[in-house]
Design a protein around this ligand. Structure first.
Ligand code: IPE
Ligand code: IPE
Ligand code: MG
Length: 232
């Protein structure tokens, strides 16, 4: 069975999962965080090499303050409780997204974990935090223009590969499969450039219910897709 090298996931539906059970939205986020560790482990076991998860979008700042503070304190706990396992499992952690609006204490913890796992090779977990696909493209454009002004390359040399290298995922190969849980069928400003040829998969289950078996189903569906890349 062909296994995707890189999977991207829009982890959606935490709030709805909680509401259905008469619980506060935070209970859904708490359960969702458990799935991150579980799905990472299972993806690695199944032969996937890179997992990019959308944890917080540039638009998510418009949520109520209480939910924001819950999300970021959960993230802090997640990092603290997960670091040892990342090291033991040889998993590299990378964050993509804006680093200028998140509490500097949290950024410090993220960067510590990035440094301590930088040489890990078996698997890569990319967390998209305060990430937006449009932001990514604008940032890349600014850097490209700066380097052009500094004569780092000629205009004719600007190619798709060069632009890719300026984006957050840099040299990381494009996702082969995008999963968005909870039945919503939209990209919500995720990896706009990098998802150009990804296969899309939209299971009905919400993220807290996306357990190992659901990942296996997603991979089975992916294996049946015929990828053409514009060819015949
Ligand atoms: C995804 O679940 C988690 C984040 C966006 C942080 P939601 O919080 O969007 O849950 P729903 O979509 O309201 O159910
Ligand atoms: C997308 O989910 C962002 C993340 C999962 C982090 P949202 O719940 O924010 O997206 P919309 O608002 O339904 O498009
Ligand atoms: Mg949502």
């Amino acid at each position: 069975m062909e296994v995707p090298h890189h999977i991207a996931i829009i982890m959606d539906g935490n709030g709805r999962w909680a509401r259905k059970r008469g619980l506060p939205r935070t209970a859904g986020h708490r359960e969702g965080i458990k799935r991150v560790k579980e799905i990472t482990k299972e993806a690695k076991r199944l032969g996937v090499k890179i997992l990019t998860i959308f944890a917080f979008s540039t638009e998510n700042w418009s949520r109520p303050k209480k939910e924001l503070s819950f999300l970021f304190s959960s993230l802090e706990n997640f990092l603290e409780s997960y670091k040892k396992e990342l090291i033991r499992e040889d998993i590299r952690l990378v964050m993509i997204g804006r680093r200028d609006r998140i509490n500097p204490e949290i950024i410090k913890k993220i960067e510590e974990t990035e440094r301590e796992t930088a040489r890990n090779k078996s698997f890569m977990l990319v967390i998209a935090l305060d990430y937006g696909g449009r932001w990514d493209i604008v940032e890349a454009t600014k850097k490209i223009m700066r380097d052009y002004e500094n004569k780092k390359f000629k205009l004719e040399e600007l190619s798709e590969d060069v632009v890719s290298a300026y984006l957050s995922l840099r040299s990381i190969p494009d996702p082969d499969l995008l999963i968005r849980t909870s039945g919503e069928q939209r990209m919500s400003n995720f990896l706009l450039w990098n998802l150009a040829y990804a296969e899309f998969y939209f299971p009905q289950v919400s993220w807290p219910d996306f357990k190992k078996e659901e990942l296996r189903k997603a991979l089975q569906t992916f294996a049946q897709r015929e990828r053409r890349f514009g060819s015949l």
